[in-house]
Write a protein that binds this ligand. Sequence first.
Ligand code: SF4
Ligand code: SF4
Length: 376
Amino acid sequence: MSAVRRFPGRMSGGVYFGPADWRAKKWAIPPSPIPESAAAGVAAVTNRADLSALLRRVALGKTNLFTPALADQLALLGERPVRLLVLNLLPSEPESTLAAALTDLALPHLRAGLTLLDMAVRADHRLVAVDRHDQRTLKVWRSVAQGHDLEVKALLGKYPLAHPLVLLRVLCRRSALNYQAPAAAGFLVVDPITCWALGRAAAGETRLTHRPVQVVVEGLEPVLAMAPVGEPLQDLFARLGFPTTGMECIAGGMLSGRLVNPADAVMEPHTDVVALRPTPRPEPSADCIGCGWCVQACPTALNPAAILAAAGMRAAMPLAHLYEAAGCIDCGLCTYLCPSRLPLAATIHTIKLGLAGRPDTETPANQKVFSSPELR
Ligand code: SF4
Ligand code: SF4
């Protein structure tokens, strides 16, 4: 039987769905010089304009749904100095082991991408921050930073989903910045896959044709695989020997991913994790008991209970609560914790789409996992 293990010292979203006795392994960084094929490409990029030109040439778009594309961030940043370069963590549990697997799988090109990024922005920045759980990437950064006037620090590991808005709250402690992109505050947020893809671009590969994906099957040890972008998830599971019959497939993580049909859904450039779990039994919702857990857990300081109430009692509750929904990052923590099993995140997601003038075309055909209150 699978275990759901909580990490008490961590953000309340720290949940692990694998075997109870599985522990992170010890690791060392193998020597992995930048591949010869990439070395010239890396050396050719020495400033931000070069980096922007490379990004335009290879059309490296979003590899992570939550982090704005590097090209967009550079455009927003303009000529202003970079105050902080943040390398995002990998958004799944347990980060340390899967991050180690990623660096094993992709280390040479990851190192090339990090070096390229370092050369392009180092004139202005002095600090690189990575999540403290991503020890392997931290070590790679430290080796890249040797000889440069560059400080590498581990962050607190207190932000779920590596969302830039939450990073800003952790780093700036300024809620006023909540609705701005990190680059507006002088921050560049880069996910490891972008760094890896940059390294491949430097080696002359033009597009993100495949990417690492974490495959999580309830009760089994998670694995990391390289998957072609566009590959049907059904084929990916078959390739790895995971049967899908009688299982629900979730793309994008157990807490905030989406239910998908593995026969229809394909690997997208931003698909970082896919999971399989037995179809859960339905669990009915009850009335809100005012426990405040959702308020306490919300990483963007919203009041999910009040937003839900405002949605149901439009005239009686302040409409301002409805507008709060715009600050939701869809992390799903409120729904996960709610003892009354209320569909907080799914409702707030629908309100958010309404505020943005977009119909919620995703539900129910592409129902959000966090709308399934039975997830425990
Ligand atoms: S309202 Fe819920 S889903 Fe949205 S950011 Fe807050 S905790 Fe996450
Ligand atoms: S966690 Fe659920 S029960 Fe508790 S205040 Fe929020 S909505 Fe109400």
